[in-house]
Write a protein that binds this ligand. Structure first.
Ligand code: GCU
Length: 411
């Protein structure tokens, strides 16, 4: 009997202990202790490469912003190459369901085809538009881990207002938003080296079979796909393409920030636990580092980024500069207390330091260097932020704060 009790107690406790565990994908050689982090100086946002202080919005827009964008393109994520042969793009509405979620919305499956002399590629985006709107509606676009050709986007069989993958689309429709899903693996494979398939070959020059060191890695390719999805939305009367918020979690949070940094047509960006190569500062080296990233996922960034492994202090940028590329558009950063691998504190500090540019542009940034209280979201600011209890996921709490932030800024 005693033994049975012990077994029962273990059966109940072990999963609970595991669930509550901090996300530490590596221990030992990974820093998590705030007291042990290295000293660092961030590269200045408002001093140009020529050493001149930026003191006006025009100098930011015309001089400093292009410099920073070019650095991220050439040495961090890799730039979009220029194709030798023009790419033709074609849209096809594969199917339309005006009765999605018991008539709350219309779902359109849209195929986007790309073709030039070098080859072909295609992506399938899903566009959900609330029914009954009298004018074009604002929208959320999500960089999705779920395949848009799968059943993950069917209505949830028992949870009203949700789709199978757990996204609360019903609440988006109720708040008047369209929702667009773009699948990360349509144009490039995930972790394996697959630049021979997908969109990359359409951009190769003669004899080329792999992106050059300064050319796009996976995250830039994913971001390019979202830009093409926005091109499509500009042709769709149901959606207001000038009010599209882009959002993503984790790897897709990284892609989200980079998409909106490059393409200023995106009105707002939301990063959920994007961590390393997303919102978190490289120089803190807390949780995942550049070294961990490029050894586990060599092609997410450009190959030029490899040169800075364990040399983060030599990088002419840090991620506060990427958030600043969003300015003056609203940006929201979300962290989780137990998601230490993504360095929630580093994500906050990045947002805090980016605030300098927002203030220069007459916008409202973060004013305190201290992270806010857990579960207390900062919404009424051009840089929003929350850190909540729990780990690496997107919870209803997160979704609702994202919608609150968009309600505040886009409506
Ligand atoms: C790994 C990776 C992270 C990434 C995450 C994800 O944890 O190290 O950088 O954000 O996968 O995409 O889920």
């Amino acid at each position: 009997m005693k033994r049975l009790c012990i077994v029962l107690v273990l059966l109940v406790c072990i999963p609970t202990l595991l669930n509550g565990r901090e996300r530490k994908e590596y221990d030992g050689d990974v820093l998590y202790d705030e007291a042990k982090l290295p000293h660092y100086d961030l590269p200045p946002l408002l001093i140009t490469a020529e050493g001149k202080t930026v003191s006006t919005p025009d100098e930011w827009r015309n001089v400093r912003r292009p410099q920073i964008l070019s650095l991220f393109s050439n040495i961090v994520y890799g730039r979009v190459p220029t194709p030798e042969s023009p790419i033709r793009t074609e849209y096809e509405i594969l199917k339309t369901d005006p009765d999605f979620m018991n008539g709350k919305a219309t779902r359109k499956d849209v195929k986007i085809r790309f073709e030039n002399d070098k080859g072909k590629a295609e992506m399938t985006i899903l566009v959900f538009v609330p029914n009954g709107a009298t004018k074009p509606v604002p929208a959320f676009m999500k960089h999705s881990f779920n395949n848009t050709k799968s059943r993950d986007f069917d209505v949830h069989p028992t949870r009203a207002g949700f789709i199978r993958n757990g996204w609360p689309l019903g609440e988006f429709f109720a708040r008047g938003y369209a929702f667009i899903a773009v699948y990360q693996q349509d144009l490039v494979g995930h972790n394996e080296v697959s630049f021979g398939r997908g969109i990359a070959p359409l951009f190769y020059t003669k004899g080329q079979s792999f992106p050059k060191a300064h050319e796009w890695g996976t995250l830039t390719i994913v971001s390019w796909g979202a830009m093409r999805a926005l091109d499509y939305l500009e042709t769709d009367d149901a959606v207001d393409a000038k009010r599209v918020a882009i959002m993503g979690h984790s790897k897709m949070g990284k892609a989200t920030l980079w998409t909106a940094a490059q393409d200023e047509r995106f009105a707002l960006a939301i990063s959920a636990q994007s961590g390393c190569a997303g919102a978190a500062l490289w120089r803190r080296k807390s949780g995942e580092t550049l070294q961990k990233m490029v050894t586990r996922f060599p092609y997410w960034l450009s190959r030029n980024a490899w040169k800075f492994v364990n040399q983060e202090d030599d990088l002419p940028v840090d991620q506060h500069m990427m958030l600043a590329l969003m300015a003056p558009r609203p940006v929201y950063v979300a962290s989780g207390v137990e998601d230490t691998w993504a360095d929630g504190r580093g994500e906050y500090l990045s947002a805090y330091h980016a605030s300098e540019v927002y203030r220069l542009l007459g916008k409202k940034g973060l004013t305190s260097e201290d992270s806010p209280q857990v579960g207390k979201a900062i919404i009424e600011s051009d840089i929003g932020y929350h850190i909540r209890e729990g780990g690496h996921s997107v919870e209803l709490y997160d979704w609702q704060r994202f919608m609150d932030f968009a309600d505040y800024h886009l409506k």
